[in-house]
Write a protein that binds this ligand. Structure first.
Ligand code: PBG
Length: 329
């Protein structure tokens, strides 16, 4: 009781504040998303993601060496697929010599100890910009899952340590786990985007990969028939528990900041690591406000990422990973 208890005693100096701080960040918290393109010597800035780039394989190698030197030990790969290689069923996604498969090898050659995770979904490969196969205005669930499982296997064969299905088809984790086991890839992990919401915060990412749903007859305009309704909370737990039963090693909540209640619910409900993806729109908002001089960029980045970890994230996929590691070192 006051004045016996004065809470401010624990806040008097930075020394005591740092001693009692409950949440701290380290390079071990991060997964670095990387965008890969064909070509040589390419490092192109993404218009809606200032200071974030697409790399050709030669410069990807350079970038991952830098990440490793900063203590960042895991990457999450995404590829921008040339338009002429896109179709409705992700044929190119299974190409053993495709861009993703070469990117995996490039990272492993550059830094053998780097943990390589790969995005598994059809949208970068889809002429319609959907995560699964489109038929008569619908996304086919089981046919899509079958292709996604083959895609995961192809990534495992190319050397991926983890596959990260971001598509939200039902049952795809089971399909994938079963195929990987049958083919002897017992140690290839699955990080499932288990509670992925249909969010307007993915806009800049779709610019980065040119992967937005196209506006055509008989093509769903958005991803709401597979990604979750952002009004729902209980459903996130159901999705996540099912993915764990089906064999997911790590589960994920996505996006980050608007969904921290879900992160905490899931943290309390499961006993596997929980990843959180701080997505492209979250990155773009901070960049835009900072450019205008309306927010202190570094301070806001640290505050938001600490909040994500405090909510219960075991690991965080973030476009700010490099910034944060520099800020805390
Ligand atoms: C697609 C995918 C998306 C993201 C990761 N994988 C976008 C989408 O679902 O449309 C978003 C990442 C981001 O916004 O940073 N499978």
């Amino acid at each position: 009781m006051y004045p016996l208890r004065r809470n401010r005693r624990l806040r008097t100096t930075e020394a005591i504040r740092s001693l009692v701080r409950e949440t701290t960040l380290s390079p071990n918290d991060f997964l670095v998303p990387l965008f890969v393109v064909e070509g040589k010597g390419v490092k192109e800035e993404i218009a809606s993601m200032p200071n974030y780039y697409r790399y050709s394989l030669d410069l990807l190698a350079k970038e991952v060496k830098e990440l490793w030197s900063l203590g960042l030990k895991s990457v999450l790969l995404f590829v921008k697929v040339p338009e002429n290689l896109k179709d409705n069923s992700g044929t190119e996604a299974l190409n053993a010599e495709g861009l993703m498969q070469r990117a995996i090898k490039t990272v492993k050659d550059a830094v053998p100890e780097m943990l390589v995770m790969t995005d598994v979904a059809l949208d970068p490969y889809s002429i319609f910009g959907h995560d699964g196969i489109v038929s008569e205005g619908k996304i086919l669930n089981d046919d899509s899952s079958a292709v996604l499982a083959e895609m995961a296997l192809s990534h495992a064969k190319a050397g991926a340590d983890f596959v990260a299905p971001s598509d939200m088809m039902d049952g795809r984790i089971f399909e994938m786990r079963t195929l990987l086991e049958d083919e002897g890839f017992h140690d290839t992990g699955i990080m499932s985007y288990s509670a992925k919401y249909a969010s307007a915060f993915y806009g800049p990412f779709r610019d980065a990969l040119d992967s937005a749903p196209v506006d055509e007859k008989d093509v769903p305009k958005n991803k709401s028939s597979y990604q979750m309704d952002y009004a729902n909370r209980e459903e996130a737990i159901k999705e996540t528990l099912m993915d764990i039963e089906e064999g997911a090693d790590i589960v994920m909540v996505k996006p980050g900041l608007c969904y921290l209640d879900i992160v905490r619910d899931i943290r309390n409900a499961v006993n596997v690591p929980v990843a959180v993806y701080q997505v492209s729109g979250e990155y773009a908002m901070i960049k835009a406000a900072a450019e205008k001089g309306w927010l202190d960029h570094d301070a806001v980045v640290l505050e938001q990422i600490t909040a994500i970890k405090r909510a219960g994230a075991s690991l965080i996929a973030s476009y700010f990973a490099k910034d944060v590691v520099k800020l805390i070192s």
